[in-house]
Design a protein around this ligand. Sequence first.
Ligand code: KIV
Length: 274
Amino acid sequence: MEKKVTKSTILKMKKTGEKIAAITSYDFLSTRLIDRTGIDLILVGDSLGMVIMGYENTIPVTMEEIIHHLKAVTRARPRALVVGDLPFMSYQASVEDAVRNAGRLVKEGGAESVKLEGGERYVPVIEAIINASIPVVGHLGLTPQSLHQMGGYKIQGRDEKSAEKMVREAQALEEAGCFALVLEGIPWTLAEKITDHISIPTIGIGAGIHCDGQVLVLNDMLGIYDNPLPKFVKVYDQLGKRITDAVSAYVEEVKGGRFPTKEHSYSKIKESEK
Ligand code: KIV
């Protein structure tokens, strides 16, 4: 069995220059399949609100929903490091809320670290969670929980002032003790600058090639989620179409009396079943 990925493995990858491959997962079977690929990090993201629950955005996602899916993922005992996402309003109101909820993701869900969105003003929250022995991943740029504050899903850090602010925020999150930083929806030049300025790995989504790693939402890259996707998503398969085609074939065969054939039927009645 390959060695378990830990926080230290992820930190070391920046030093050795090995790229970090991360992906989201929300259930037991997908996690088993994904974990055979050499993936380094699995995020049980609040994106589950959109791709699993059918919410319009990630804001309604609850702690219970994240824990429910974390349990399914960690039951697969993946080699990859499991990161649980802190949902909207699970850490914003107080440091105490944040520590308690981060603790729930680890204790009830089996997460090995937690992720939260936001910059410098979350430094006390991050420090308190780390003091409770829970590793933290930061998340800067286009942070979907701030949808209303941003006025939509807009690429962040496009002007000099906000770009400089983001570099400072990344440094503050590193100093607070984050072991990795997700950079979402920012110009690749800014992602490159942040990646060069900090010693913890950056994991990009819509942040270009120069990040230390990449993360994608599983359902997006498999072509299952059929809502419009942002430009940064590369769709590696069309599983959505394949699922519809397979189930259509089944429906046709059932309606046409062509399924089940003898191959899928039992021929003899056992004595004990009479
Ligand atoms: O919730 C999520 O899946 C995320 C990733 C897109 C980084 O935060």
